[in-house]
Ligand binder design. Structure first.
Ligand code: LLP
Length: 439
């Protein structure tokens, strides 16, 4: 069954009594849903490890001299994920103070922590200076602020973020490389920044760009890499300086539905970058830089599964609805990007998919529709349904809309289950609130 290939690699169909059940990492999903409640998010460690290995094997093969991986924590970060990053000895990209506090709680080595941010606050800069090994500078005002702080405390390594003027092919909300983007510096500003760093003796070591997220064709990376390498030639000519590190960001896409299969492997993306970089450096007589990739989605998306309980079914004009106990508040991606998803029933997932089905959540707007027009068997109230490829940009963009409490998250590793984030409670909703004074 093609849909099953979207689930974590440890997924099986388990025969039990009169039925078959989806099973991940040795655990039947109906049992996990009963034990931990729904909506439930599940992360499968084996799948995380396999995605990382795909990157590391591809780099070892195609860019063996000096390369590394930074996990873009914005895709999903909590203490356990930061600890996984630490165990793997890769880097963690934190957007500002909040994510840096998670890196600190996981006791990551500071050299393995990198900080991004398009308008870093004073607090973000303070946390980055005290807790990170690398800061990626987004704009010239930030560079001046960093220089002002250098007087009191030594700075981590600085990279400059280039706006290459070339986006990747993806939803326009998540394109970042285009000329009009709010992110990064244009080539002229980059040269200005290099001069500024030299003048003020700032620890500049790298050049970075990120053209957007969830693209499936590496082609547009070629133009951005060429822009970056031409810029490095100018830096060498004008300032006698070249960066040690080049980072083309992240953004490699993943298959969300069976229509996206087969999907180009991670190796093709890595090979494309490596070959283009090696060739481009040779052509320009530049030394090969250290290559640092920054994937988020393609490391964690497939490892995650969301499980919901069907609370009611409804027939409306031309539609059969399944009404779930989660939706927009734990997964805003369909509402934000028209993102498509697939799903399987937890019980007897191999039943014939006979019925065009809409999956709606419990929240007060019609945009709270997780899936539209997916063929499913005729499911009934109280069944569980599992949505694969739920590991990236769902919980990390979740909200408390309508008083929603964030779901429980469990981690499956070596047959064991760990509750890595407990379900939020109504008390959590009041945690920040102060009453008005009594009149
Ligand atoms: N590096 C930088 C500087 C980034 O801004 C991002 C993502 C990444 C790396 C990782 O990109 P990835 O490999 O995960 O595509 N909320 C959107 C995605 C926003 C991406 C933001 N930046 C979504 O749900 O599709």
């Amino acid at each position: 069954m093609k849909r099953l290939a979207l689930f974590p690699i440890s997924t099986k169909i388990e025969p039990r009594a009169d039925h078959h059940y989806l099973n991940i990492g040795g655990h039947a999903l109906d049992q996990l849903a009963e034990d931990y409640g729904t909506p439930l998010y599940i992360y499968d460690r084996a799948t995380l490890d396999a995605s990382l290995a795909a990157y590391q094997d591809a780099l070892a093969k195609h860019y063996p001299d000096s390369a590394g991986i930074t996990y873009a924590g914005k895709a999903y970060l909590c203490l356990a994920v930061a600890q996984w990053v630490d165990q793997q000895n890769i880097w963690l990209d934190c957007t500002g103070e909040g994510e840096l506090s998670i890196a600190a709680a996981a006791e990551l080595e500071r050299e393995n922590v990198l900080v991004h941010g398009v308008n870093k606050s004073a607090g973000d800069l303070s946390s980055a200076i005290s807790g990170a090994g690398t800061i990626v500078v987004d704009n010239l005002a930030e560079l001046e602020r960093l220089q002002a702080r250098q007087i009191n405390s030594p700075l981590p390594n600085l990279w400059l973020r280039l706006r290459p003027g070339e986006p990747v092919d993806t939803h326009q909300h998540i394109q970042t490389g285009q000329e009009s983007s709010k992110f990064g510096l244009n080539p002229a500003e980059i040269l200005q920044a290099v001069a500024y760093c030299q003048q003020h003796n700032l620890p500049l070591t790298g050049l970075h760009f990120h053209q957007g997220s969830h693209f499936h064709e590496p082609g547009p990376l070629a133009a951005a890499l060429d822009t970056a390498l031409d810029l490095i030639l100018s830096m060498r000519k004008e300032y006698g300086w070249v960066p040690d590190v080049l980072s083309p960001g992240g953004g490699w896409g993943v298959p969300y539905t069976e229509d996206d299969l087969p999907h180009q492997p991670i190796e093709n993306y890595v090979r494309f970058i490596a070959e283009h970089l090696v060739e481009g450096c040779k052509k320009r007589d530049l030394p090969l830089p250290h290559l640092q990739l920054e994937p988020g989605r393609s490391l964690v998306a497939q490892a995650g599964v969301a499980v919901y309980r069907i609370g009611a079914t409804k027939e409306t004009a031309d539609r059969r609805w399944l009404l779930l106990d989660g939706g927009l508040a734990d997964n805003p991606r369909p509402a934000l990007y028209d993102a498509a998803y697939s799903a399987l029933p937890v019980r007897d997932p191999e039943r014939e998919p006979t019925t065009a089905t809409w999956l709606g959540g419990p929240y007060c707007e019609s945009g709270d529709t997780l899936i539209s027009n997916l063929l499913l068997p005729k499911l009934e109230t109280d069944e569980f349904i599992a949505i694969p490829v739920s590991g990236a940009y769902q919980l990390s963009m979740g909200s408390n809309y309508n008083g929603a409490r964030k779901p429980a998250v469990i981690w499956l590793e070596n047959e064991a289950v760990h509750l890595i984030q407990r379900r939020e409670t109504s008390l959590d909703l009041l945690q920040r609130d102060n009453p008005l004074p009594q009149s």
